[in-house]
Design a protein around this ligand. Structure first.
Ligand SMILES: C[S@@+](CC[C@H](N)C(=O)[O-])C[C@H]1O[C@@H](n2cnc3c(N)ncnc32)[C@H](O)[C@@H]1O
Length: 290
């Protein structure tokens, strides 16, 4: 008992230390890398000029590195709009975030705005505010869309969810001043990358099995063909001697695809299933060309 309290205390202290050190992601994101952040940080090159993250999502490593010059990409338009608004219009966003109410009726009203033309009437600030609110009040804090691109996660029924921290958003806004933010496919990285850059790829993972797949970040699914395309992008970068690190699942297909690079297996406490028996530590891999 004594021991577990100590553990909890040291965990709290560690979280507090980290939260002072760097901004926290402003969204909860499936596949977010906060749980393995130390393992990633240990493997980042000691020196590089620019940091590039082509599948930025919640941006756990981007925030932890606090690199003054970075380029971040994602193909999710709503997410990239939110990053851009935090970069350029954070005060208006904070004011808008204060207006939300945590009721099912209000949640469904806001969620279902993307079902018809009324969505086009929202300003970019209102769209960013909607994303952040839905992300923290929906079930399990998830961003998931259907084939039509409509946000389809149910209301989370949380009593008192934290939707945003003003202090954190201001810290993020400051960091984003030196960041180029792009909504595009990861392969565009080849147009930007140059020697001296460090690139971290964290794609939607190849599913470990048929029931564990989560690739619904956007309406376009990330299949094995996309993983092959990503490997080709890595090969191009390698030819130019640009350092990259890739995260993925520990599957035979991915091990075979990257068999000419350094591959390390790591364990994470990431939960992969709502089925209790399948929860727990799962293996994932980190691939590097250095
Ligand atoms: C595993 S998540 C990244 C998680 C992130 N590293 C974090 O810590 O939160 C994968 C991201 O890739 C994005 N994505 C999916 N397909 C993409 C594509 N073709 N090009 C760029 N981004 C893509 C998704 O929108 C999602 O945000």
């Amino acid at each position: 008992m004594e021991k577990s309290n100590n553990n909890q205390d040291s965990k709290k202290k560690k979280n507090k230390k980290n939260s002072n050190k760097f901004p926290e992601p402003f969204v909860k994101w499936a596949g977010g890398k906060r749980v393995i952040i130390d393992k990633l940080l240990e493997r980042v090159p000691s020196k590089f000029d620019r940091y590039i993250e082509p599948f930025v999502g919640g941006g756990a490593l981007f925030f932890a590195l606090k690199s003054p010059t970075s380029i971040i990409f994602d193909s999710n338009e709503e997410l990239i709009n939110a990053y851009k608004i935090i970069q350029t219009n954070v005060n208006e966003l904070i004011n808008d975030l204060k207006k939300h109410k945590n009721t099912q009726e209000y949640f469904l009203f806001l969620r279902n705005l993307d079902r018809d033309a009324s969505y086009k009437k929202l300003s970019n600030v209102e769209r960013a505010s909607r994303l952040i609110f839905l992300n923290h009040t929906c079930f399990n804090g998830l961003y998931r869309v259907n084939a039509k691109g409509e946000f389809n996660v149910p209301f989370g029924k949380y009593a008192n969810p934290t939707i945003f921290s003003e202090e954190n958003l201001l810290k993020i806004s400051n960091l984003l001043k030196g960041t180029t933010i792009i909504c595009d496919d990861f392969s565009k990285v080849l147009e930007f990358a140059k020697k001296g850059d460090f690139i971290y790829f964290d794609p939607p993972y190849l599913p470990l099995n048929k029931t564990s797949s989560f690739t619904s970040y956007t309406k376009d699914k990330f299949d094995f063909g996309m993983h092959t395309k990503l490997k080709e992008v890595c090969d191009e970068l390698d030819k130019k001697k640009i350092k990259f690190m890739v995260s993925n699942s520990n599957t035979v297909e991915i091990l075979k695809l990257y068999d000419n690079y350094n591959i390390e297996q790591i364990f994470s406490s990431r939960s992969i299933s709502s089925n209790g028996e399948k929860r727990g530590k799962i293996r994932e891999i980190i691939i590097r060309n250095y």
